[in-house]
Design a protein around this ligand. Sequence first.
Ligand SMILES: O=P(O)(O)OC[C@H]1O[C@H](O)[C@H](O)[C@@H](O)[C@@H]1O
Length: 549
Amino acid sequence: MSRLDHATAWEALKSHYTEVRDLHMRDLFAADPERFRRFSLSVGDLMLDYSKNRITEETRNLLVTLAEERGVPEMRAAMFSGAPINSTEHRAVLHVALRNRAGRVIEVDGEDVTPLVNAELAKVRAFAEKVRDGSWTGATGKPVRDVVNIGIGGSDLGPAMVTQALKPYGKSGLKVHFVSNVDASHLVETLKGLDPETTLFLVASKTFTTQETLTNATTARQWLTAALGEAAVANHFAAMSTNAEAVGAFGIDTANMFRFWDWVGGRYSLWSAIGLPIAIAIGPDNFDALLAGAEDMDRHFHEAPLAENMPVILALLGVWYTNFFGSGAHAVLPYDQYLARLPAYLQQADMESNGKTTCRDGKPALWATGPVLFGEPGTNGQHSFYQLLHQGSHLIPCDFIAPAQSHNPRGDHHAILLANVLAQGEALMRGKTAAEAEAELEAASLPASQVEALVPHKVFPGNRPSNTLIMPRLTPRTLGMLIALYEHKIFVQGVIWGINSFDQWGVELGKQLAKRILPALKDDASPAAGHDASTAGLIAAVKALRAGK
Ligand SMILES: O=P(O)(O)OC[C@H]1O[C@H](O)[C@H](O)[C@@H](O)[C@@H]1O
């Protein structure tokens, strides 16, 4: 693949940028009453308004040309066909096969994976049903009341986020908990008040080698067997993994194992057996609706022309700000309390996928890649970091996400919430001029000297971009669409930047070093030698504190 900065469209965008950067969106809206229509699109129940971006039709055309030049349609076809596009691990990237409810043949190494997916999904459905209707019982014959998912990263964030997002679809008397951090406090606090007789543990790990998960699962196992004995493990532990051998070695009956495959990336795995806690929490039919929503988005992404393709548009806007405006961050702002964990989920999805500076061909990326992603739900962020969004020195594009109807209609709550989300997008776009600030202050009858002093502080530059995604209601189906939208956005950006979005070598070094430090912390005979002075000093200090010295 040739260099991004050698693309013809890149050069054209560079010179186009010099024409667009000084345009104010206020003026663009004033000049074009059709701007909303021109720059918005819908897929099923999901509508994207991207008119509040610093773009013209020419910008969109050039960005689409860049996507074509960088081979987005070809890579998209390669992904959907099961080609091994995860080049460093020689793997296919087939989360789309997990929601291929249409039953398309998708081959990996000559084998159609669709029947495998369907068979495993049937197992997940049946198990979830049994837990929900009480026919799966613990060792003492009691039905399950608490499910504890033990996993981390992709084996935690997706299921945890979705389970929280779809809480209105939960079942009373059945709670699903998530333990991820190796800090024992996470497990201990979760298990407080839980009864071993009615608790089911799901150990979720693609590799089944992850230190945190195995440590937590071992301690959970001790908690259970201390109360119910060794023989109880079979009724109280199930696993989701690609590694049957390690599951068996851990002592979980592989009859209670739900499998997935190496062509499912961890952070793209909530649609696989990793989604078992979701299916238990909301029921198999709702889990199916989640898959159906993702499939709707897959079909749209696969078939729609690039200029009308929602994930492609979001990706291109991100490229526009990252690579031309020099923006290094992106805010995801869901105005729905149920989506509180969406930013955390997307941090892994986006930053673990595109936080890289080595291209597919092994050469360095000489251009910026994935941004820092952050966010908070609802109006909380407005009373915290939005100050910086409005008046700070960084340009931070925002995605606002808002369901029009609440699951909890109470008085004016939802109208107030919606008024706020719409106001924020408007405020970021319009800003407030010095003349407007001055008029406001004068209307408040402030003395002229104070007006003059305050005006510069009251000015908002505006021209700050945002996308707004709205839907009738947060349902399994709309949530499925929303998640798949971001998955494909991330994919398109990776293709344009020339990186492999599906490996994560950057997480390995810390793991390796932790393995070296652990013995030094635990054992006085293991010296802290071989570490830099800071790390060695910290090891010694931590050791002394642990010993109460
Ligand atoms: O599912 P597991 O194999 O336990 O992996 C859990 C997580 O840990 C790894 O370090 C990766 O960074 C993540 O991508 C992965 O989701």
